[in-house]
Design a protein around this ligand. Structure first.
Ligand code: SAH
Length: 380
């Protein structure tokens, strides 16, 4: 019985950790110590926490635990992309992807098991919604990746950016996502700057306003269409929060952050669906007055998808029109598609992948035997 009521300290941000210690009658500064032990030193065992008295460690063991998701598969791609499958509480698996790019290393983190939003071009949508991840399970993805790379030292840091662009809609799991992002940005844990933590949303308008009240992480918005009729089809959430409302919320978010920060608009390039020059011009028109950057994402196919990726020529033409309209536009390079780690390909089912063992084994696939703990240890 007692097991079930233990607090998992992995998911507490500074505020949560301070409240936890204050409730125990302890000083709030313990929060800093715990954050460092858990996130910078990768410790799971209270007995390793040498700056806590034995009595305090015993009390902590009674009421708390540090329970991290378990790495069940880790897999490298030819292009340096790396994917982990993590087993979460209740037996769910989710996927986390690391994408190196020169000096930068981006970790793409999931916020839910499955997704409820049913975007027609996304493979996560095919599996429906299972549940929200806890803050521990969200930040646990970053911790697992750090443990793989072996250090959180700033100057040797491999993971410089985190994007909440994996499975799920982060703004429909608001509190847990915010706590996890707070931990990612805390100097006593991972110390990522708010510019380097990006939350991607399909456009949950009221939650975007709430987000501006509690944090100013970078915001990416999955737009994908320049008009409501098409966006209703691609992103059904648009029926609830149509484009004009969404863009107004984007402006408010940018203003709340001093107006210095641009919103990134993601636009998946679907052949013959949303990639015409007229649609590019329409997109430029609706983005007038919004502090915007556009990220064109070549569609990544998955089984059962009817869409096709736009041609190179169509993507270039689209890009040219946006650039000519003065909108900074980049085309995302497709990475990790040989291990099904590209945008929209994350499904989190290990069993499905076993059919393709022949293919992935050539790509230094490494199966980690679950032993009830995380692989490896971070050096302090
Ligand atoms: N629910 C959030 C975050 C997850 S999706 C959101 O919608 O923003 C992360 C990004 O990948 C989104 O821009 C999404 O539209 C895009 N994406 C989804 N499926 C894709 C696919 N098959 N090919 C390319 N990009 C895709």
């Amino acid at each position: 019985m007692q097991e079930q009521t233990k607090v998992n300290l992995l998911g507490l941000d500074r505020q949560g950790m301070e409240a936890f210690f204050t409730n125990m009658g302890e000083k709030a500064f313990r929060a800093s110590q715990l954050l460092k032990w858990i996130h910078q030193f990768g410790v799971d065992d209270f007995d390793e926490m040498s700056n806590m008295s034995k009595a305090l460690r015993e009390r902590l063991k009674q009421v708390a635990e540090i329970r991290a998701p378990e790495v069940v598969l880790d897999q490298g791609s030819k292009d340096g992309t790396h994917k982990w499958v993590l087993r979460m509480d209740r037996g769910n698996n989710i996927e986390t992807v690391f994408i190196p790019d020169g000096e930068r290393g981006t970790l793409c983190v999931s916020s839910q098991v499955g997704c409820a939003l049913a975007c027609s071009f996304c493979s996560t949508a095919q599996q429906g919604f299972n549940r929200n991840l806890s803050a521990a399970e969200i930040v646990g993805q970053l911790r697992a990746a750090y443990q793989y790379f072996g250090t959180v030292h700033r100057d040797e840091r491999r993971i410089t950016n985190v994007v909440l662009m994996g499975m799920g809609e982060p703004l429909l799991n608001f509190d847990e996502v915010v706590a996890a992002m707070n931990i990612m940005m805390d100097d006593d844990s991972y110390g990522l700057s708010k510019r380097r933590v990006t939350l991607s949303t399909s456009g949950v308008v009221p939650a975007m306003d709430r987000l501006a009240e509690v944090t100013d992480v970078s915001l990416a918005v999955s737009l994908h269409a320049p008009d409501d009729a098409l966006r209703d089809e691609l992103v059904p959430l648009n029926k609830k929060y149509p484009i004009q409302e969404l863009l107004a919320a984007c402006k408010r978010y940018a203003l709340a952050g001093n107006g210095k920060k641009k919103i990134t608009f993601e636009y998946v390039m679907l052949d013959g669906v949303n990639d015409s020059p007229a649609q590019a011009r329409q997109l430029a028109k609706i983005l007038k007055g919004v502090p915007a950057k556009v990220n064109l994402i070549p569609f990544n196919p998955f089984p059962q998808s009817d869409y096709k990726r736009s041609s190179k020529a169509a993507i270039t033409r689209f890009w040219e029109i946006l650039m000519a309209a003065g909108i900074t536009t980049v085309t995302r390079r497709t990475r990790g598609d040989d291990i099904d780690a590209a945008c929209g390909q994350l499904v989190g089912k290990v069993t499905d992948k076993t059919k393709r063992t022949g293919r992935v084994s050539a790509l230094e696939q490494k199966v980690v035997i679950p032993q009830g703990g995380l692989i490896g240890r971070m050096e302090s």
